[in-house]
Design a protein around this ligand. Structure first.
Ligand code: ADP
Ligand code: MG
Length: 273
């Protein structure tokens, strides 16, 4: 079961509360299976507006699946999943689902930004085009406004003057910063980062983490999976450790990293710290 809900702090354990409205995530009893394989058994997470939540856990524990559910890329089996105060993809709670029309799910999804480990930029488009395409096609922004915004975002991620570069002409760290800018161009209220620096050479990690940290300082609500424990300690409001389909431990990142209570967390941290 979700140990943390029964553990020490009875009033407000980290990552649990009653997050509601724009820029929030609210997950209760989330269950998700792939065929016979139940990956998420009972996930409970709240992220309040402006909070940074870091999710850690062994490979295969379901971290990406949690993010993909929150981004509407996976349908959940049961539970409550509200993003920005709305039941994601459904008209009511999952116990009596009524799927929303695709256009409505698409509208909800534009308010959620997702950044993947593998960047996933459009290889045949320049950095600028990667950032304008969603604005013009989905948000119906005019070409000139989209371009203006793209240039601002490139500057924000430290890539001023890289408009005309194709992904193949950029380093991994630069590509990931373009991917972040592309995501931000949709004006999301929640940002999801799935191991955003795991594919990068060590010397390129810092620039990407700095961009994410700046976003956090600016008040973006975010959920980040990462193996960068320094980042978790410095930036996260709450740290969640997941294993076997549950959030096994949660708390202030400094406390969890310094003195994990659960043996599972202790074993995991011994390997990564
Ligand atoms: P993590 O991100 O923590 O490494 P994942 O969420 O990627 O874990 O995967 C959790 C489990 O779900 C793994 O056993 C993985 O093989 C399985 N899984 C993930 N996506 C799918 C899928 N589309 N179909 C079948 N199994 C999947
Ligand atoms: Mg993953």
């Amino acid at each position: 079961n979700d140990h943390a809900t029964t553990a020490a702090e009875p009033f407000r354990p980290a990552g649990l509360g009653d997050a509601e409205g724009p820029g929030t995530v609210h997950i209760r009893k989330l269950v998700k299976s792939f065929g016979p394989h139940t990956v998420l058994r009972d996930i409970n997470i709240d992220i309040a507006s402006g909070e940074v939540c870091v999710l850690i856990g062994p490979s295969g524990s379901g971290k990406s699946t949690v993010l993909r559910c929150i981004d509407g890329l996976e349908q959940i089996d049961s539970g409550v999943l509200k993003v920005n105060g709305e039941h994601l993809g459904y008209a009511e709670e999952a116990t009596h689902y009524r799927p929303l029309p695709r256009a409505e799910l698409r509208r909800q999804r534009t308010q959620i930004g997702m950044v993947f480990q593998s960047f996933n930029l459009f290889p045949n488009m320049t950095a600028l085009e990667n950032i304008t395409v969603g604005q013009t096609l989905i948000k119906r922004t005019s070409k000139s406004n989209a371009k203006k915004r793209a240039k601002e975002l490139l500057a924000q991620v430290g890539l001023e003057g890289h408009d005309a570069h194709y992904p193949a002409q950029l380093s991994g760290g630069q590509q990931q910063r373009v991917a972040i800018a592309r995501s931000l161009a949709m004006d999301p209220q929640v940002m999801l980062f799935d191991e955003p620096t795991s594919a990068l050479d060590p010397e390129l990690v810092g620039d990407v983490l700095d961009v994410i940290k700046q976003l956090a300082d600016d008040g973006m609500t975010m959920l980040v999976t990462t193996h960068e424990m320094g980042f978790a300690r410095e930036v996260a409001d709450s740290l969640l450790f997941m294993a076997d389909g549950y959030i096994v431990e949660r708390g202030d990142p400094r406390e969890v990293l310094a003195s994990p209570r659960e043996p599972r967390t202790q074993q995991f941290l011994k390997k990564v710290l």
